[in-house]
Design a protein around this ligand. Structure first.
Ligand code: COA
Length: 146
């Protein structure tokens, strides 16, 4: 993801995370930390950006900051492809554990993560407000992956 992608990413973000989207400014803020502690990538089809993913990495731990696929491209393996690319980058940086938070009611995302080997570690009450909890998921990667 480069600065010229942010506008398209922010449009997708508002479509996919209508309740609490990141603003373009928040993406700018994230990109300001590339490459030190962040890594961001986009995927494009003929119509433009149709997916993006963001990593926060301070070895030995890493977090999935965000991952999203445009409705037109969902269900075709792109989410998994983006997640796999993030794991490769986290391993390249020497991280051995990857964490993320996901809304308890986000079945597609939980499906993606569990399919990719993430395990439930805990639950954060009211993490998203309005009584919506987060599941904390973890996957061992790199030297500690099995
Ligand atoms: C979550 C998201 C990134 C998945 O992207 P995707 O490209 O559709 O996912 P994939 O096609 O790569 O599917 C990978 C796995 O996810 C799971 N999955 C995907 N869509 C699913 C759905 N609607 N219901 C249940 N599981 C689903 C499946 O296990 C699938 O593996 P399989 O096809 O081998 O069974 C996409 O739905 C999205 O952008 N959602 C809105 C944003 C969001 O919620 N991001 C995550 C925030 S934590």
């Amino acid at each position: 993801m480069r600065w010229w992608d942010v506008e398209a990413v922010a449009v997708l973000e508002h479509e996919l995370f209508a309740d609490d989207p990141w603003s373009a400014e928040q993406f700018w803020g994230e990109l300001a930390h590339v490459p030190e502690t962040r890594w961001y990538a986009v995927h494009e089809d003929d119509s433009g950006v149709d997916g993006y993913v963001g990593l926060f990495a301070v070895p030995p731990e890493a977090d999935v900051q965000t991952i999203a696929v445009a409705p037109r491209s969902q269900g075709r393996g792109l989410g998994r492809e983006l997640l796999d690319a993030l794991v490769v980058e986290a391993e390249r940086r020497g991280c051995t554990q990857l964490f993320l938070e996901v809304r308890v009611d986000n079945a597609p995302a939980i499906g993606l993560y569990e399919r990719a080997g993430f395990e439930r570690q805990g639950r954060r009450t009211n993490y998203y407000g309005n009584g919506i909890d987060a599941l904390v998921l973890r996957r061992r990667i790199g030297g500690e992956s099995s």
